[in-house]
Design a protein around this ligand. Structure first.
Ligand code: ZN
Length: 115
């Protein structure tokens, strides 16, 4: 899994923003993960607790928001939202579908404390 690399980049972005804002501490980190992303929340949390030690982000709470996936059928052109795993087109049962959103992963916002 690539969770460690992902977590390192979250930490880097959060730390950069926090020091630019002259924060003394980061309290909360809001992450957005697409439903189809292979990222596992628990792994991120695990690495986070490990690598954030001694940084401005130490002790910050991670919040994960899973956003639904949108797919588009290549055969009939209909678009639909996925609740769980990949499913064929509900209109025509085609499996020639394209993922519009749902694989993304990004840092949405952070909350900081200043003295
Ligand atoms: Zn279709």
């Amino acid at each position: 899994m690539h969770e460690l690399a992902v977590t390192e980049s979250i930490l880097e972005i959060a730390t950069t923003h926090a020091s630019q804002a002259q924060a003394t501490r980061v309290t909360d980190i809001y992450l957005v993960i697409g439903k189809l992303s292979s990222i596992i929340d628990d792994s991120i949390q695990f690495y986070w607790d490990m690598i954030s030690q001694g940084t401005l982000c130490e002790g910050a709470t991670l919040h994960f928001e899973r956003i639904p996936a949108r797919l588009s059928c290549q055969d009939c052109g209909s678009e639909y939202t996925l609740d769980r795993e990949l499913e064929p087109c509900p209109q025509c049962s085609s499996s020639r579908v394209r993922v519009l959103t749902g694989e993304e992963f990004h840092l949405d916002s952070i909350e900081i404390i200043k003295d």
